[in-house]
Design a protein around this ligand. Structure first.
Ligand code: PLP
Length: 306
């Protein structure tokens, strides 16, 4: 039995009026772990358990780590999440609250990740936050649900970090016969690893992540994400942090849901009527969610924005 829930697909009249086109919301913010990550992570954890894994290991202090902790608890297996010192007390607390062991190691994610890999035992399964076909197959269930829930999408708008969600949605579009539905792939300035790769025609490693949308903070996308852009219409969009956080605030007013700036990036593309959306009468927006942002933080970003 899958660990994720089927999420609602709602037409947003209020966003539609603002955007001047029909807007359909796929509400992944309602997943029990707070984001779409549970689809892929849940699928990967179940597959690894069937192959004999006795423990799950992750190095994500964000929504992937939280999804691993949630999945482990539901499957009755232990989880260990190794996070760097920079991970917020709140994030550590959310992960520990799911019953996972939280180990703090190193200044950067690279150090925490190296530690997690070094601690892997023979019956442990390492769950990658975005670069794993098992993960993509799980994320693709989002599109299976769209196919059952409503009209054929004219375009899908989503956020891109390492590109796991993008790979999963594209897999889902293709397995449902929607091979020509364009995908608008949105990143924030300072986390634009896909935009850079598409412009260069090869994988590009960003020197650092400078965006507040930390859940989009993969310095390099999964190779498969770039490969997909060569065989499917993918429109890359980059928005400033300020637009992403303003979109979070507008969405909170309009739909009473608090999401991370990582999700605000995709929202900003729709609220902002960006050129990549020109000519579309309707869009399907993946409201990817995120458990890492509080109202106080969002307010602080808005007040501090230029
Ligand atoms: C992980 C995440 C993303 C980015 O997903 P990728 O698969 O890394 O591209 C976007 N938004 C939220 C809330 C996330 O947790």
């Amino acid at each position: 039995m899958p660990l994720h829930v089927e999420t609602p697909l709602l037409q947003s009249r209020i966003l539609g009026r603002r955007a001047g086109r029909d807007v359909w919301l796929k509400l992944e913010a309602l997943q029990p772990s707070g984001s779409f990550k549970l689809r892929g992570v849940g699928h990967a954890c179940e597959a690894h358990r069937e192959r004999g894994a006795r423990r799950f290991v992750s190095s994500s202090g964000g929504n992937a780590g939280l999804a691993v902790a949630y999945a482990a608890r539901r499957l009755g297996l232990p989880a260990m999440v190794v996070v760097p010192e920079s991970t917020s007390a709140r994030a550590r607390d959310l992960i520990a609250g799911e019953g996972a062991e939280v180990l703090v190691h190193g200044r950067s994610w690279q150090e925490a990740n190296a530690r997690a890999l070094a601690l892997l035992g023979p019956t442990d399964a390492f769950i990658h936050p975005f670069d794993d076909p098992l993960l993509w197959a799980g994320h693709a269930t989002l599109v299976d649900e769209l196919a059952a829930q409503g009209p054929r999408p004219e375009a899908v708008v989503l956020s891109v970090g390492g590109g796991g969600l993008l790979c999963g949605v594209l897999e889902g579009l293709h397995r449902n016969g929607w091979t020509d539905v364009p995908v608008v792939a949105v990143e924030t300035e300072g986390a634009e690893s896909l935009a850079r790769a598409m412009a260069a025609g090869r994988l590009v490693e960003l020197p650092a992540i400078t965006s507040v949308a930390t859940s989009l903070g993969a310095r390099q996308v999964a190779p498969q994400a770039l490969a997909w852009t060569r065989r499917h219409p993918v429109r890359s969009v980059v928005v400033p942090d300020a637009a992403a956080v303003r979109a979070c605030a507008a969405f909170l007013d309009d739909h009473r849901l608090l999401v991370e700036p990582a999700c605000g990036a995709a929202l900003a593309a729709v609220y902002g009527d960006l050129p990549a959306l020109q000519g579309l009468r309707s869009v399907h927006l993946v409201v990817c969610g995120g458990a890492g942002t509080t109202w106080g933080q969002l307010r602080g970003w808005i007040e501090g924005a230029p």
